[in-house]
Design a protein around this ligand. Structure first.
Ligand code: COA
Length: 259
C-alpha cells in the first residue's frame, strides 16, 4: 500500500518505518504524504492503540528533509513546504490521542530530529546522533524544531545546538532530556514495544487526555490548568473510571474498554 514507508500492526502497536535507507530516510514529499496517511490510520483505526516511528536500517532514523527538493523553492514555496509538513505530519503526531514514540535508530538530523521531537517521547539506540544542521544550509528548522527543542532541553542548550549545528550522541541526548531511554541497537524496538505494551494496560481515554494536557503545559499555556479541571471532570463520566476504581477496591487488575 505504501511506497516510502512500511507499517506493521502487532499487539495494538503500529510500527511505522521510514523506508529510504539509501537516502538515509530523508523526508521527501512522498514520505510526508504517506506518513500523513499512516497517522490518519492511527487516529481512525480502533485496533491501533499506540505507535512507533523508526527508520529502516542501522545508519539513520531520518537525516532531514530531502535537500534535493529545496533547489527550486522560493520563499513562498518554503513556507508552503513547512506548513504542509506540519499539518500532515508533525502536529498530527503531537496531538494524536494515542501514544507515539520515536525509536531513533541512527542519525536524527534536521527534520529527523524534529520528527522525533514531535513524538510524545523518544527512545534511542546507542548509535543515534541528533542535531539541527539547517544553519549549515542557510536555513532554519521548519517542522517545529525551534519550539520543541526549547521545550525539551531548555533555552540555552537549544540555542547552542540550533546556531552551532553541533551533533550530539545518544548519551548526551539522554542527559539533556531529549531522549528518555538509550538501548543497545538490537533491543531498541523490543524495549520500545515493552514501554507501549505497559501504557496499553492503562485507561486509553485518560492516556489521551494526559497527552493533550502535557502538550499544553509544554507550551506554557495558562488555559492548561482550566482545561485540566474540565478533562478531569470528563474522566469521572467514563466507564473506565468506574472499572478502574472498582478494580482497585476489589484488588484485581482493571480491564479498560476506552469508553
Ligand atoms: N536529503 C537528501 N539526501 C540526503 C540527505 C538529505 N537530508 N541526507 C543524506 N542524503 C543522501 C546523500 O546525498 C547520499 O545520497 P547518494 O548516495 O545518492 O549520494 C546518501 O543519502 C547517503 O548519505 P552520505 O552523505 O553519503 O552519507 P555520509 O555517511 O557520508 O554522511 C550525513 C551522513 C548524515 C552526515 C550526511 O548525509 C548529511 O550531512 N546529510 C544531510 C543532513 C542535513 O543537513 N539535514 C538537514 C536537512 S534540512
Amino acid at each position: 500500500m505504501y511506497q516510502t514507508i512500511k507499517t506493521d500492526l502487532t499487539e495494538g502497536i503500529l510500527t511505522i518505518t521510514i523506508n529510504r535507507p539509501d537516502k538515509l530516510n530523508a523526508l521527501n514529499k512522498d514520505v510526508i504524504e504517506e506518513l500523513g496517511k499512516a497517522l490518519d490510520e492511527v487516529y481512525e483505526n480502533e485496533a491501533i492503540r499506540s505507535a512507533i516511528i523508526t527508520g529502516e536500517g542501522t545508519k539513520a532514523f531520518v537525516a532531514g528533509a530531502d535537500i534535493t527538493e529545496f533547489t527550486d523553492l522560493d520563499a513562498n514555496g518554503g513556507s508552503l513546504l513547512a506548513q504542509k509538513g506540519q499539518d500532515l505530519v508533525f502536529s498530527k503526531i503531537e496531538n494524536a490521542p494515542k501514544p507515539i514514540i520515536a525509536a531513533v535508530n541512527g542519525f536524527a538530523l534536521g527534520g529527523g530530529c524534529e520528527l522525533a521531537m514531535a513524538c510524545h517521547f523518544r527512545t534511542a539506540s546507542e548509535t543515534a546522533k541528533f542535531g539541527q544542521p539547517e544553519v549549515n544550509l542557510g536555513l532554519i528548522p521548519g517542522y517545529g524544531g525551534t519550539q520543541r527543542l526549547v521545550q525539551l532541553i531548555g533555552k540555552g542548550k537549544a540555542m547552542e545546538l540550533l546556531i552551532t549545528a553541533d551533533m550530539i550522541k545518544a548519551d548526551e541526548a539522554a542527559r539533556l532530556g531529549l531522549v528518555n531511554h538509550v538501548f543497545a541497537p538490537k533491543n531498541l524496538l523490543s524495549s520500545t514495544r515493552d514501554i507501549l505494551l505497559k501504557i496499553q494496560t492503562k485507561a486509553p481515554l485518560a492516556v489521551g487526555k494526559i497527552i493533550a494536557l502535557v502538550n499544553e503545559a509544554a507550551t506554557a499555556s495558562l488555559s492548561g490548568l482550566s482545561n485540566e479541571i474540565k478533562a478531569f471532570g470528563e474522566c469521572f463520566g467514563t466507564e473506565d473510571k468506574k472499572e478502574g476504581t472498582a478494580a482497585f477496591l476489589e484488588k484485581r487488575a482493571a480491564v479498560f474498554s476506552g469508553r
